[in-house]
Design a protein. Structure first.
Length: 201
């Protein structure tokens, strides 16, 4: 399998965590790829018309995207404990948490593009405020979430979102008003798959 990869991408990180947890990492060839929304990338576009990371080309030659689809595909290939729970209440909880983690990431990345890619004279403060309101509101909701030791697609996605905030928004100080979430994050960050995929770049 070939994975369009960046060590800085929190969505790629989710895929790599699922791969590591399932013992599949050796089967994945990482093709380091750089993406910026205002720049064309013809090679990536030929595989993924959305021109985003990650995308995964399977051994059968089909290219899958986006990260939730790739994660679920990889999770179907191994016999280790599944990251996607079977149908039932635990699955809905995990998928809701996955959506919340991805939502934090989507808003944080829109903020980052607005502040680092868009020319200064075109930047829109209300846009940034609106996106960061989503991020902070989601973090506030997570402070009261009871994770009960779960490590699955929901909790790993939230872990990747918090890791991304530390990586790209070091001034945010999200831990200050959210001590339970901070303690939970410290605990899951000790997991080998989380450690091996800490963001770089
Ligand atoms: N929903 C997508 C989001 C992927 C995404 O936005 N990836 C970023 C890199 S971290 C990207 O490719 N950005 C380039 C762009 O938006 O054009 C997923 O979960 O895979």
């Amino acid at each position: 399998m070939k994975l369009r990869y960046s060590p800085a991408s929190p969505y790629v990180r989710q895929v790599m965590i699922v791969a590591l947890e399932g013992g599949l990492a050796e089967r994945i060839e990482k093709l380091t790829t750089s993406v910026v929304p205002v720049k064309a990338n013809d090679a990536l576009q030929a595989e993924n018309p959305l021109v985003k990371l990650p995308s995964l080309t399977t051994d059968a030659g089909e290219t899958l995207y986006d990260s939730p689809v790739i994660c679920e595909y990889l999770d179907s290939l191994h016999r280790a404990p599944r990251m996607f729970p079977d149908p039932g209440p635990a699955r809905w909880t995990a998928l809701r948490r996955q959506a919340l983690g991805d939502g934090i990431l989507d808003a944080a990345i829109l903020t980052r593009y607005e502040t680092t890619v868009r020319p200064k004279e075109l930047q829109w403060a209300e846009w940034v405020d609106g996106q960061m309101r989503k991020v902070r509101g989601a973090l506030d909701a997570l402070e009261d979430e009871r994770f009960d030791g779960a490590f699955d697609i929901g909790t790993l996605t939230i872990g990747c979102a918090l890791g991304y905030l530390d990586f790209r928004f070091p001034g945010e100080d999200w831990r200050k008003a959210r001590p339970k979430l901070a303690a939970w994050f410290a605990e899951i960050s000790r997991r080998p798959s989380m450690k091996a995929t800490e963001p770089r770049g």
